[in-house]
Ligand binder design. Structure first.
Ligand code: HPA
Length: 265
């Protein structure tokens, strides 16, 4: 296995094509916390364990899956669905966090849908609300880029793909996603800071993957499921189980959204 993350992604992409028996993939989808029920309505043409591909390892968080499922979209394209992701807080490094994104790019994907479960800052967007990510604040202090790679992020989250998503679900609003390192949830003061800085949603994923996807030239659609009101806005303490439960409750809606997206992407 290569030490170089880009070569490692090429190796993983080659194995992925072999395991799935497919020449290439066209679209990738990463399902974050709360989104896994979206797979229940899909009709896979192939699948494999991510941990069997070079550079991936088994998921550590219950509720975060570890399979890759390939489906054929109604438009005839191949979508590869990652049922889990590696988070920065797992301590495996930034390369591991973006390895799925780089593998998808190396396997041919030109578009990627990054989903997550997050805390919401707006009480008018209760748990169960899906928000299109319009932009992000990366407060992790980390980047997947090494050396002088000056990647443009003026439109990190594609306007065209946001428009496409609104064809599927016209009422989708937009927001700025703020990534913290985690795994602790934010303090109320950190949530207030995120709001003052222009954030609408807080979470522990996505921004580093978006940076890697943009570096690879992929168009990014970011979708956040508000699983809870952010710390300080909610009368109850935050709990990972509530995050998962919010996802289950939103299940049928997320299934319709994901199915609809596969029709237009
Ligand atoms: N904060 C950070 N990450 C999260 C949250 C939150 O409130 N909810 C789900 N993931």
């Amino acid at each position: 296995m290569s030490d170089n993350p880009y070569d490692l992604a090429e190796e993983a992409a080659a194995r992925l094509r072999e395991r799935l028996g497919l020449d290439r993939i066209d679209v990738a989808l990463v399902l974050g916390s709360g989104w896994s029920s979206a797979t229940e309505v899909l009709d896979p043409i192939a699948s494999c364990e991510l941990a069997d591909l070079p550079g991936f390892s088994a998921p550590v968080v219950p509720g975060h899956g570890g399979r890759l499922i390939a489906v054929r979209t109604p438009g005839g394209r191949v979508a590869a669905i990652f049922t889990g992701r590696t988070h920065l807080y797992e301590g495996r490094g930034v390369d591991a966090v973006v390895h799925g994104v780089r593998t998808a790019a190396a396997a041919g994907a030109s578009r990627i849908v990054l989903t997550n479960g997050c805390g919401g800052l707006d009480p008018n967007r209760p748990p169960g609300t899906v928000v299109l990510i319009a932009d992000h604040l990366n407060l992790t202090g980390a980047t997947p880029l090494r050396g002088a790679r000056f990647v443009d992020l003026s439109e990190a989250y594609s306007r065209d793909l946001r428009d496409l998503a609104r064809r599927v679900e016209p009422g989708l609003g937009e927001g700025v996603y703020v990534q913290f390192h985690g795994p602790q949830f934010e303090t109320p003061a950190e949530v207030r800071m995120a709001g003052i800085l222009g954030g609408d949603l807080v979470g522990m994923s996505t921004t580093l993957e978006t940076i890697a996807a943009r570096e690879a030239g992929m168009e990014v659609l970011g979708l956040s499921l508000v699983t809870n009101l952010a710390a300080g806005l909610s009368p109850v303490p935050l709990d990972h189980h509530d995050v998962q439960e919010a996802g289950q409750e939103a299940g049928p809606r997320l299934q319709r959204l994901v199915t609809g997206l596969l029709e237009v992407l």
